[in-house]
Design a protein around this ligand. Structure first.
Ligand code: ZN
Length: 301
């Protein structure tokens, strides 16, 4: 069986992970993920935990506080019926957005030892103020893992409050109060739209604009067929189309600002900076994608 290419997650748990990662911007941190697997092997993340007090944080590795994991895990499994489906750790600013060779080896080892069919590993990265999380699905007796996209349920996990209350005396929560997720690989945004995620009045609140965004994304991808183009939400929950080179560096950032499509998209090139914004932008009602294509051609370097 092939590893799934998606991970289902509640927004509250992604936010929790972001806050945990931002607590340690210069050193590794981590924790465990609880939930279950669908029959198709898609992990569903219902509850995430961070490091216990005696966790070992080092620049290039992290070990969880095992007493903490055992105490919390025991209750999550036996009282709440959740399974330990995976782990996460942060490569902070190491520039490694995927599992290291050692990480992959450790996961396969554990799967073999504990007879696990599937396992989810999430790797975090950050700057001093922003974080991102990538998900990787592992399957028994295959030697490659699958990088996966997040399918976000835009609400609080039904387990978050009850478990927080039940384990009030035991749980350690992040100090950082505000999650900041950038550069996330989302699936559901383009495919089905996540209405609650956008600011009030933003063009993407209109579901029919999912198709418009998809058309624009496809067009940009055609223009840069040697690079990776994807859609990303920034900390203000505004949509960007990002063009990345092989080293994952952003070469073009197209922001759809508040007020789009009356206002023009803002195109920033890594080399040239913000291009003449607004010049030549002529939005035609109902033909936003065509206006975008003309505009992009005009400003393409
Ligand atoms: Zn690692």
């Amino acid at each position: 069986m092939k590893p799934a290419d998606t991970v289902l997650v509640y927004q509250s748990e992604l936010d929790y992970l972001s806050r945990c990662i931002l607590d340690y911007p210069h050193i590794e941190t981590g924790g465990q993920l609880f939930g279950y697997w669908t029959s198709a092997g898609v992990p569903v993340v219902l509850y995430a935990i961070g490091p216990g007090d005696n966790a070992n944080h080092q620049p290039t590795f992290f070990n969880q506080d095992l007493d903490y994991l055992e105490t919390v895990g025991e209750i999550l499994v036996h009282e709440f019926g959740l399974q330990h489906i995976g782990e996460w750790h942060s490569h902070h600013q190491l520039g490694l957005a995927y599992p290291s060779g050692h990480d992959a080896h450790t996961i396969y080892d554990n799967m073999l030892r504990h007879n696990l069919r599937w396992f989810l590993l999430c790797i975090g990265n950050c700057t001093n103020t922003t974080s991102t999380i990538n998900a990787f699905n592992f399957v028994e007796s295959t030697s490659c893992y699958q990088e996966s996209q997040w399918e976000v349920l835009p609400m609080e996990s039904p387990f978050r409050k009850v478990i927080d209350r039940r384990l009030k005396r035991i749980l350690r929560h992040p100090y950082t109060k505000t999650p900041v997720l950038v550069g996330m690989k989302y699936k559901s945004m383009v495919v089905q739209g996540v209405k609650q995620q956008y600011p009030k009045g933003y063009w993407m609140n209109d579901k029919s604009n999912n198709k418009v965004l998809k058309t624009m994304l496809d067009f940009v991808q055609e223009q840069h067929d040697d690079m990776d183009c994807n859609v990303s939400l920034d900390e203000n929950r505004l949509v960007h189309i990002l063009v990345k080179n092989e080293e994952e560096a952003i070469t073009t950032d197209i922001l759809f600002p508040m007020g789009f499509p009356e206002r023009s998209p803002l195109i920033t090139y890594e080399t040239e900076g913000l291009c003449a914004s607004g010049l030549g932008w002529q939005p035609i009602e109902g033909e936003t994608e065509q206006s975008f294509i003309e505009y992009y051609k005009l400003h393409r370097l």
